[in-house]
Design a protein around this ligand. Structure first.
Ligand code: HEC
Ligand code: HEC
Length: 192
């Protein structure tokens, strides 16, 4: 009888502690797996290369969604395809939570002021989904503070169809190359 009660207690304590252990295990998995990513995306999720996106403070669901899109090939990138192919679903989730928990940092890039003003005027087309500060509430991506060259490239990819998203395509289709450049300069200055 005594032994059974002790056994029940052990089970109860394990159940109570399990979520904590699982969260800790996931956190350390995300951190250890990020070593491969930091070469390009930076150790704090802020990349130094203008064509590589920052991941710090990005929405976790969006990160998982993109890793799956690279893996399946619906979003094309030779580098990210081979990397995402080596990841399991659990590793993707752990990595996404890790990067999403890192503090967002603005690039503080000082672009051409007249381009930034022009971009700010066009941003009314974007904030309903990406937020006034580019923070991307919910599962819309945060676009704030991203390298302008990366943003220009992604907007062009939506336009030429090499990155597939019908909503983004219909929006960029009405933008000129100048509009894209101006919007990307403005978005780089946003902070959240
Ligand atoms: C050799 C460089 C390199 C490495 C290593 C790398 N990435 Fe990337 N990553 C890129 C580039 C370049 C892009 C932009 C791809 C494109 O052109 O669309 C990218 C894009 C992404 C995106 C899309 C972000 C967005 O804003 O849409 C995610 C998410 C991502 N990488 C996660 C990871 C993770 C997680 C790892 C490690 C497991 C990793 N990357 C390792 C270079 C790299
Ligand atoms: C109706 C909602 C909606 C509106 C409005 C919208 N977007 Fe998006 N945007 C999305 C979604 C959804 C995605 C993610 C697409 C995917 O999964 O690949 C996205 C992705 C992006 C990305 C890629 C981010 C990255 O990290 O790679 C950029 C850049 C972007 N949008 C810029 C803009 C700009 C600039 C505007 C205004 C001209 C705009 N968006 C308006 C929904 C929207």
């Amino acid at each position: 009888m005594k032994l059974k009660r002790l056994f029940n207690k052990v089970i109860l304590v394990s159940i109570l502690l399990l979520p904590g252990f699982t969260a800790l295990a996931e956190e350390s998995l995300g951190k250890s797996k990020s070593a491969t990513c930091s070469v390009c995306h930076g150790s704090k999720g802020i990349s130094l290369d203008s064509m590589t996106p920052n991941l710090a403070g990005q929405d976790a669901d969006y990160i998982v969604h993109q890793l799956k899109a690279f893996k399946s090939g619906t979003r094309k990138s030779a580098v990210m395809k081979s990397i995402s192919e080596s990841l399991t679903n659990n590793e993707m989730i752990a990595l996404a939570n890790f990067y999403s928990s890192l503090p967002f940092k603005n690039m503080e890039e000082k672009g051409d002021p007249s381009l930034i003003v022009k971009g700010a005027a066009k941003y009314s087309l974007c904030w309903s989904c990406h937020g006034e500060k580019g923070e991307g509430p919910g599962s819309y991506p945060s676009i704030a503070g991203q390298h302008p060259q990366y943003t220009i490239q992604q907007l062009q990819h939506f336009k030429d169809g090499s990155r597939i998203n019908p909503v983004m395509k219909s929006l960029v289709d009405i933008l000129s190359t100048d509009d894209i450049e101006a919007l990307s300069a403005y978005i780089a200055t946003l902070k959240h």
